[in-house]
Design a binder for this molecule. Structure first.
Ligand SMILES: Cc1cc2nc3c(=O)[nH]c(=O)nc-3n(C[C@H](O)[C@H](O)[C@H](O)COP(=O)(O)OP(=O)(O)OC[C@H]3O[C@@H](n4cnc5c(N)ncnc54)[C@H](O)[C@@H]3O)c2cc1C
Length: 308
């Protein structure tokens, strides 16, 4: 079909107009041969153009949406993911890289949610260090405890083996800008969900949320993802800060010593009561309990707190 509006909108839009409004497309102009102006016809043309533009916008949006890679998790059934690389990071910590079904797949895990891996009759939560901006693979950093049941499974996992995973799971929902600042209180492997949320915020240039992390461990060697955390602190100095707390610090140590205290929270987390702030907690039960008590006595309401 020949385009009736080539100079204004190009072939495709003119074609759409012709298709949607055949009556209009038979008129070359709203100015009849006699030269008198027809406002009714002009209005019809305007409506036709708006409809055509909306149709093109909808088609482009559909194309963009349908091109977005689909996630490959199932919340109800376990799916198997092949281990393609295993990197030992310390005597009891390793990074596990899993292949996704196709090189273009993404895991499809919303920010702040986790996967679950089966062990015995139950399953354990894990948060990948990768995001959906990492295509074709997903990574877990796992601390393997001597007596841990799931730890034992990971210790035995070799390249070529499969890990059963289901998800997404979790109550946490995140929308960029939903709070002004996050305080994060993490212990040991409880850093995993914090790192994921922090990374998603900081790597999104439109998200101006500030992140204040207090991270507790026994020794310096126990600090997980240290290099990655230092990278975030150096790369986003105005939006991210991390304060480490160690039970057994080395001789030279400038951060916190002992357990995470009320004073440390007051100094390093966004102050309460404050507008649009939230404190996230993830650690062993005794730490979570102690943190909840500190937060309450500092005036943080239950709505301002979330425990992973
Ligand atoms: C949202 C969320 C995400 C998580 N993501 C990760 C992750 O990405 N990587 C990761 O390694 N872990 C992660 N964890 C912790 C993980 O779910 C397990 O708790 C951990 O792997 C231990 O499980 P297990 O079966 O080996 O130990 P269990 O059989 O549950 O425990 C056995 C013994 O191991 C020791 N132990 C267990 N957990 C800890 C601990 N946290 N600190 C100190 N000693 C402990 C204790 O002595 C305990 O008695 C996450 C937890 C949550 C809530």
């Amino acid at each position: 079909m020949r385009n009736k509006y080539p100079s204004l909108f190009g072939n495709s839009v003119g074609g759409v107009i012709g298709w949607v409004f055949p009556k209009l497309s038979s008129s070359h102009s709203s100015v009849p041969a006699g030269g008198s102006f027809d406002p009714h016809l002009d209005f019809q043309i305007l409506v036709g153009v708006v409809v055509a533009l909306l149709a093109v916008a909808a088609a482009l949006a559909f194309l963009k949406f349908s091109n977005k890679p689909k996630g490959c998790l199932d919340p109800e059934n376990f799916r198997n993911f092949k281990l393609v690389k295993r990197t030992q990071l310390s005597h009891n910590v390793a990074k596990f890289t899993f292949e996704l079904p196709t090189p273009a797949s993404v895991l499809g895990l919303p920010i702040g949610q986790h996967i679950r891996c089966p062990r015995g009759r139950g399953h354990k939560p894990y948060t990948p260090t990768t995001l959906d901006s990492d295509i074709g693979y997903s990574e877990l950093v796992i601390k393997m405890y001597p007596q841990g049941r799931m730890s034992h499974h990971f210790r035995e996992l070799r390249v070529g083996d499969y890990l059963a995973v289901k998800g997404p799971k979790g109550r946490f929902r995140y929308q960029p800008g939903q709070v002004r600042a996050f305080g994060m209180l993490a212990g040991g492997s409880g850093i995993a969900p914090m790192f994921q949320v922090a990374r998603a915020i900081l790597e999104n240039p439109k998200d101006k949320t500030n992140v204040h992390l207090i991270y507790a461990n026994v020794t310096q060697e126990d600090i997980l993802l240290k290099e990655e955390l230092e990278g975030l602190a150096a790369g986003y100095p105005n939006h991210f800060e991390v304060y480490y707390v160690l039970n057994q610090p080395p001789e030279v140590w400038n951060d916190g010593v002992g357990f995470v205290s009320k004073d440390m929270i007051q100094t390093h987390c966004p102050a309460a009561p404050g507008p649009r702030i939230q404190i996230l907690r993830c650690g062993l039960p005794p730490m979570n309990k102690a943190m909840a008590a500190h937060l309450e006595s500092l005036g943080y309401t239950p709505e301002m707190q979330f425990q992973f």
